[in-house]
Design a binder for this molecule. Structure first.
Ligand SMILES: Cc1ncc(COP(=O)(O)O)c(C=O)c1O
Length: 463
């Protein structure tokens, strides 16, 4: 969301670029209004290219879960398919076919039961997948309540304080009461016993996160599944689980295949994952898989006939790029299970290597050393009395982007830093990073010492 630029900013309203202006004789280009005349394509390219140099380097962006590098062959396929609107299934049937193959592959990866007819779709990312999945659960709950002649005006959804903002968005945008299970001061995921206390006959679903955005922890999915099964048995209330596996969806099946988190658990009815996170595709692709096509109510699908044929659609957005679906398929056939396994193993090893490196400095307490996903969460040791925000800010000098943020309610007093160890964050890079963060802390400490030595009156150093 962008708001109108205020009057005082008007002096900055044109792009001036002396080098290009003198070479190509271009005039002022207004920044915040539509230019009357166009400019040469080379100049337009150069202007924008130069300005975007101010952005951070994506490879040094350790904050993002999102893929920043793909193989040149994937890049080629992406460019070749940029001009195909995914929604035009009639015109581009092969892209649709590829989407269907991927849905099948993921349903199998998530252990959809052989007897069930699963369903699924590509999305823009996990956020859209979460909204669509939860909408299906809301509609199912409502239909059931109507059928039983019961009130259906007070749906609620139970999820943890450790979930991503997209869960709060769903609750607010789609008018469902959020019942937020608190995390504890010392354990940064939810307790199944608290979940049990919050569910009732108006609960449309329970949300479980595998790989929280805050610390990378897993919610106790098996315990939550078992407790909901118990409620189903004893009270007759059948509450579905939606697993937010935005991160773990492409990690756990390869790293901990025996760990039961997916459709092997009876109450898990839908799962989302981000293709653009550890699915190793650039931004713009997520996946939603339903254990059973019957979980997707007819009311939510729309049929349109203005695309050349009768086409069902179940997405929030209509138009959508095709390239990332193609790129996801490229990775799947290029890497195979073994390729993903190797890459995931490498990322996990590197995460542990980073955690060890940080611990060895003696300056950091590691909160999550990459237990389930390659995400390391840490903070400067308390005795240093250094703010993680300051360390984060200082690291920018070397180009590293590492976020500092406070943990959710109940642990909000704790500010942590997080590094997502992606495929291209190699051991060499980790060594350099650990060296740099170590030096940042020393620099902050030395500066603090100097400030403390200053005269309190004028700020002159005490000699
Ligand atoms: C646990 C979790 N859920 C959902 C999301 C939203 O995913 P996306 O960015 O793919 O929409 C994120 C993003 O980081 C996440 O970490």
């Amino acid at each position: 969301m962008v708001s109108r630029k205020i009057e005082a900013e008007k002096k900055e309203r044109s792009i001036s670029h002396s080098r290009l202006r003198s070479r190509y004789n271009i005039g002022e280009i207004p920044k915040y209004s539509f230019p009357e005349e166009g400019i040469d394509s080379r100049v337009a390219y150069q202007l924008i290219h130069d300005e975007l140099n101010l952005d951070g380097n994506p490879d040094l962006n350790l904050a993002t879960f999102v893929t920043t590098w793909m193989e040149p062959e994937a890049d080629k396929l992406i460019i070749e398919n940029l001009h195909k609107n995914f929604i035009d299934h009639f015109e581009y049937p092969q892209i649709k076919e590829i989407e269907e193959r991927i849905v099948n592959i993921l349903a199998e990866l998530f252990n959809a039961p052989a007897e069930a007819r699963f369903a699924g779709t590509s999305t823009i990312g996990s956020s859209e997948a979460i909204m669509l999945g939860l909408l299906a659960h809301k509609f199912n709950w409502r239909q059931k309540r109507i059928k039983e002649g019961l009130p259906y005006d007070k749906p609620n959804i139970v999820f943890g304080g450790d979930t991503h903002i997209s869960w709060d968005k769903f609750a607010r945008y789609f008018d469902v009461e959020p019942r937020i299970v608190p995390i504890s001061e010392t354990r940064f995921n939810i307790d199944w016993k608290d979940v049990v206390k919050m569910v009732d006959e108006n609960t449309i679903a329970v949300g479980v996160v595998l790989g929280t955005t805050f610390t990378g922890d897993f919610d106790p999915v098996q315990e939550i599944n078992d407790s909901l099964l118990e409620i189903k048995k004893t009270k007759g209330i059948d509450i579905p689980i939606h697993v937010d596996a935005a991160s773990a969806g492409f990690i756990t099946p390869f790293y901990e295949p025996e760990f039961k988190w997916d459709f092997r658990l009876e109450q898990v009815k839908s799962i989302n994952t981000s293709g653009h996170k550890f699915g190793l595709v650039y931004p713009g692709i997520g996946w939603l898989i339903f254990r059973d096509e019957n979980t997707l109510p007819d009311d939510l699908g729309f049929n349109v006939n203005y695309l050349g044929d009768e086409m069902p659609t179940y997405t929030l957005n209509f138009s959508e790029g095709s390239s990332m679906i193609v790129a996801q398929y490229y990775n799947i056939i290029r890497l195979g299970m073994n390729g993903y396994r190797d890459i995931v193993k490498g990322m996990m090893e590197n995460a542990h290597y980073l955690a060890q490196g940080l611990i060895k400095t003696g300056k950091f307490e590691v909160i999550n050393k990459g237990n389930h996903i390659p995400v390391v969460t840490f903070k400067p040791v308390d005795s240093l009395k250094i703010s993680p925000f300051e360390v984060s800010y200082n690291l920018r000098e070397r180009g590293w982007i590492v976020p500092a943020y406070s943990l959710p309610k109940n642990a909000e007093h704790m500010t942590v830093m997080r590094v997502v160890v992606r495929e291209n964050f190699t051991k060499d890079m980790i060594d350099i990073f650990v060296n740099d963060i170590n030096r940042s802390v020393d620099k902050i400490k030395n500066r603090d010492l100097k400030i403390n030595k200053m005269s309190p009156r004028k700020g002159h150093p005490v000699s």
